[in-house]
Design a protein around this ligand. Structure first.
Ligand code: SF4
Length: 237
C-alpha cells in the first residue's frame, strides 16, 4: 500500500537527520559489521556471494548467516558451481539458517537463472533482480547497495523500520511503507548508509526491547517515539 503522508502525519519532533547520521557514522566504527557487509568485505565485494548471503540472511541471526555462507562458498563460490550442487548438499551446508530447505531451493534456482538468463552476471537493476527465485525487495535493494554500490536505494529491514519510527523520521506500520517514506524524509546523500548505520545500531544499542537510551549518544537528539522500557546496559564505544 502506498505511503500516505496525510493519513500518517509526521510526529511533532524528529531526530535531526544530518546530526543523527553523522553521530552514527562515528559511533558504529567500533562495532562488528553486519553479516552481509562482512561477507562483502571478506569476498572483495563479490556480487554473487553478496546476493546469496542476503538470501540466506532472512529471519536468521548474523552469526548463523555468516557461518552458513562461509561453508557454502567454500564449496560453491560461483553461480555455475552452486547450480550444479545437489539440493541435499546445499541444505546440509546452510543448515541451521531459518527455512533452510526453501532457501536451498531458491539459491540453486537463482544460480541457474543467473547462468542461463544473465550469462553469470548478477543483475544490476531492481526489475531484473526481482525476477530471480526467492529474491524480494529487501534482498534486491541490499544487493544493489552493497554489491553494485547503488546510491539510489534504501534497504529497509526490521531494524531500519523500528529505528526510523523511533527517530520520528517516519510514522509507518510496515517496512514497505517505511522504505517509501524514507525516500521522502532522508536526504539522498545518506540513502546507501541508512541500512548499515541503523542495522548496526539496532543490533548493539537501539534493540527491539529495552534499548540502551540512558547511555546512547543520541539520547538528547532522539524523541524515542514508541519506546516504553529502557535497558540499563552500556553502549560500547
Ligand atoms: S537507544 Fe534510545 S535514544 Fe538511542 S536511538 Fe534508540 S530510542 Fe533513541
Amino acid at each position: 500500500m502506498p505511503y500516505d503522508r496525510r493519513a500518517s502525519p509526521m510526529p511533532p519532533r524528529l531526530a535531526p537527520i544530518d546530526r543523527t547520521m553523522r553521530t552514527l557514522k562515528k559511533a558504529i566504527l567500533s562495532m562488528e559489521l553486519p553479516a552481509i557487509e562482512k561477507i562483502s568485505e571478506e569476498q572483495e565485494g563479490d556480487a554473487f556471494q553478496v546476493l546469496i548471503g542476503t538470501m540466506l540472511s532472512a529471519q536468521t541471526r548474523d552469526r548463523v548467516t555468516h557461518e552458513a555462507s562461509t561453508r557454502l562458498f567454500a564449496v560453491a563460490p560461483t553461480p555455475d558451481a552452486l547450480m550444479r550442487l545437489p539440493l541435499k548438499r546445499i541444505e546440509r551446508l546452510i543448515y541451521p539458517v531459518s527455512f533452510y530447505r526453501n532457501k536451498a531451493r531458491h539459491v540453486k534456482a537463482a544460480s541457474r537463472r543467473i547462468m542461463e538468463e544473465f550469462a553469470g552476471h548478477i543483475p544490476a537493476t531492481m526489475e531484473e533482480l526481482l525476477t530471480l527465485p526467492g529474491v524480494g525487495r529487501k534482498t534486491a535493494t541490499l544487493t544493489l547497495i552493497v554489491a553494485h554500490e547503488s546510491t539510489d536505494h534504501i534497504c529497509v529491514d526490521t531494524h531500519v523500520h523500528r529505528i526510523a519510527n523511533r527517530f520520528g523520521w517516519v510514522r509507518t506500520k510496515t517496512p514497505e511503507q517505511t522504505e517509501l517514506a524514507l525516500y521522502e524524509a532522508v536526504p539522498k546523500r545518506w540513502w546507501a548508509d541508512v541500512n548499515l548505520f541503523l542495522v548496526s545500531w539496532g543490533q548493539n544499542v537501539c534493540k527491539p526491547v529495552y534499548p540502551l537510551c540512558r547511555t546512547c549518544p543520541l539520547d538528547r537528539l532522539c524523541p524515542k517515539v514508541g519506546v516504553r522500557g529502557q535497558g540499563s546496559g552500556q553502549v560500547t564505544r
